[in-house]
Write a protein that binds this ligand. Structure first.
Ligand code: SLL
Length: 252
């Protein structure tokens, strides 16, 4: 009897937890991509048992912006490699880093499946990353010359529309980082604020407010050009309309 009552209470709690927070959308930013370096040809300097035809070592990853902790909303990541790799599906679960390091010779598309905490009630989401081993873009010759690693990284955001109550709690409070912050670590506190905040970081950085302001400035400039083009077209249209009027008058 008692157990039935208890399970009834638990079921009611589960139901409440899965209720959705109406009208709220929570955005969580992250970066994903790959970094590749050339392997030395000297076998003594290569990682042990590297097949002779492998030319590069690479890492594919999913991370928080500026390495912010994202494990409260991202629980597991599955990387689907090319079938030439043994066990091509690699599941990475926190506290492991969400990354896979391999050696190889070719570029291919990597499937990345994001898994959210069970209490979120959210389905997994898939994204795709094109592994890059060779330099690309404008600076590619110079980058190759310098022997830079080949980095291909993208910024992305997961949107949780009307998240489940329990998940909304998790998204907006983090007991682990709260505890660290309480323990007096300034870094932990700063990290907590950064990772808890759906906003773009204030500081300098590729996804900062400074970068955002620049982007807004560029968009405003572009808007001005578009506005002036529209104004020109309007003038032309008025002229054409007048011409048409005149022609009509001539006809009658
Ligand atoms: C290509 N379509 O032809 C691609 C396939 C496959 C990459 C790339 C190593 C596999 C192994 C590897 O680099 N596979 O361990 O043998 O470029």
């Amino acid at each position: 009897m008692n157990t039935r009552k208890k399970s009834g209470v638990a079921a009611a709690k589960r139901e409440k937890d899965l209720m959705r927070v109406q009208g709220k959308s929570v955005y969580r930013p992250f970066v994903y991509g790959s970094k590749a370096v050339l392997l030395p040809t000297d076998t003594s300097k290569r990682p042990p048992n590297t097949p002779p035809d492998h030319t590069h070592q690479w890492t594919v990853y999913v991370r928080g912006v500026d390495d912010a902790d994202i494990t409260h909303w991202l629980r597991k990541v599955q990387f689907k490699l090319h079938e030439t790799y043994a066990q091509s599906q690699r599941m990475k679960e926190a506290p492991d880093q969400f990354e896979v390091t391999e050696t190889g010779w070719g570029e291919f598309e990597i499937g990345i499946k994001l898994f959210f905490p069970p209490e979120s009630g959210e389905k997994s989401q898939s994204i795709y990353h094109q592994l890059k081993l060779h330099h690309f873009g404008e600076d590619k010759e110079a980058a190759k010359e310098r022997g830079d690693p080949v980095i291909s990284q993208l910024y992305e955001e997961v949107i949780f529309n009307e998240p489940a109550e329990a998940f909304y709690e998790i998204l907006t409070t983090d007991p682990a980082s709260n505890a660290r912050a309480k323990a007096g670590s300034k870094v932990a506190k700063a990290k907590q604020i950064r990772s808890r905040n759906a906003e773009i970081p204030e500081k300098e950085g590729s996804y900062s407010h400074a970068a955002e302001s620049l982007e807004i400035h560029k968009l405003k400039e572009a808007q001005k050009i578009v506005d002036s083009l529209i104004a020109e077209e309007k003038v032309k249209l008025t002229e054409k309309e007048k011409e048409l009027e005149d022609l009509k008058k001539l006809e009658t």
